[in-house]
Design a protein around this ligand. Structure first.
Ligand code: ZN
Length: 160
């Protein structure tokens, strides 16, 4: 198990656009493994994108605790979205903050797995939300940019 250091809001790395993976090398496999370890560490996260560990590559991993378990996405592309949902989000790179973000209710995404095979996944609810959140990281976008009311709250603080 290897943990990577998290990049925290304010670091310009989080605002950069990540580059596609050209070849799935042992370094990319190690990155995927380390990202999952870092996400699961103390059960803190349900998703993490490579820029959050300082690597500007189009890679993220997600485990929202459903039947899919851990899903690894390399060079992901959201190909369809529909519906809408609004809920609170948080982020390992934006500790202690939350806000409400509107996301599609359904997304269809294609990506490569660690064997370089393309797969498609249809997701809804929390998984769809998480996919959109992580995909935004690859384009330098943070959830706090998308607050529905323009406000960002301390996690646990009343909004009233
Ligand atoms: Zn995040």
């Amino acid at each position: 198990m290897a943990l990577r250091n998290l990049v925290i809001e304010g670091d310009p790395l989080l605002r950069k656009t990540s580059r596609p993976v050209d070849e799935i090398t042992p370094r990319i496999i190690k990155l995927l493994d380390d990202m999952a370890d870092t996400m699961y560490f103390e059960g803190r996260g349900i998703g993490i994108a490579a820029p959050q560990v300082g690597v500007l590559r189009r890679v993220f991993v997600i485990d929202v605790g459903d039947e899919h378990g851990l899903i690894e996405f390399i060079n992901p592309e959201i190909i369809e979205t529909s519906g809408s949902q609004t809920d609170h989000e948080g982020c390992l790179s934006v500790p202690g903050k939350t806000c409400e973000v509107e996301r599609p209710e359904h997304v269809k995404i294609k990506a490569l797995n660690r064997n370089g095979e393309e797969f498609e996944l249809e997701a809804e609810g929390l998984l769809a939300r998480c996919i959109c959140h992580e995909n935004d990281h690859l384009n330098g976008i943070l959830f706090i940019d998308k607050s529905v009311d323009g406000k960002v709250y301390k996690a646990g603080e009343s909004e009233e």
